[in-house]
Design a protein around this ligand. Sequence first.
Ligand code: ZN
Length: 350
Amino acid sequence: MKAQVLKAYDEKLTADQWVSMEDVPDPTITKPTDVIVRIGGAGVCRTDLHVIEGVWRPHMDPNGNALLPFILGHENAGWIEAIGKDVENLKVGDPVIVHPKISSGTCLACRRGHDMHGDGKFPGLDSNGGYAQYLGTSERNIIPLPRTLAPKDVAPYADAGLTAYHVIKKATRHLLPGDRCVVIGAGGLGHIGIQCLKAMCAADIIVVDKSEASLSLAGKCGADHLVKADGNEVEAVMSLTNGQGAEAVIDFVCEHGTTSKGLAMTRPMGSYYVVGYGEDVKVPTVDLVITEKNIIGNLVGTWADLYELMALADRGLVNLTTVEYKLADANQALKDLHNGKIHGRAVLIP
Ligand code: ZN
């Protein structure tokens, strides 16, 4: 099959080409519960750029370059191409979306439903992913798609959407009508998160972003208040919240100083959710003691989260804007993402 292969890390992201299109062996069924998916669309994600930069290397590839070469792509959807002999509830041709983490199913984390913390590979981060014609995965990772949803239109939900849904689900379990929720960053994840918030709770939604285009998108997604990140965004949020701050602040950026501002926008006993990554969270411990603020990390989501997100998409409560590229143009899609030229989410079509 054809696939886009990562052969070398590029810390400064200055190389002309990051992945190369090659003929590689097709994935094969090796376990009776294995599934092979014919890719209909593979989302192009900022995490792919971070993988190329080597940000994930200390976690995924601590012994040097042992992982390389491998195929990028962790946001995958398509159709069932082949199934192992023990797979009972899927058939060839079914449209599906793929949970990004291959979970064992037998470790404690999996048994508790925390698929993303289970043992097993993370295709596209530590093994062959979906920038390809076919992807090898396991039946545990497959979510059948409702008939209203085409694989190429939903692929980015597999990680970007799932991450947004996961954090919003956590927050909405505590957000009551009359509470305030701040969303920092209305980009690829943020605009899905705002729609999930709107669908799942009655809190007042305040969106903070430095881009007018993103704020306008946030308005269309259901934000109640739009705040331009012009240096006075903390004051603006405080005045919208009677000087108290918001019960929940969800930070999809976590770079360029948003972490200290996000914590400042969080009211005492409120929660600050870390979704984006890049800078360190710095906070005096005495401040946390006095205010009893919570700082909460978030890592993709569970199989059930992705199932629930597909139910929201099926009902038209969450919509995704995608830009299509041919698989052969993966480098262009990655460059466009790096250069801030993609509005919505890029999807590679083999
Ligand atoms: Zn992603």
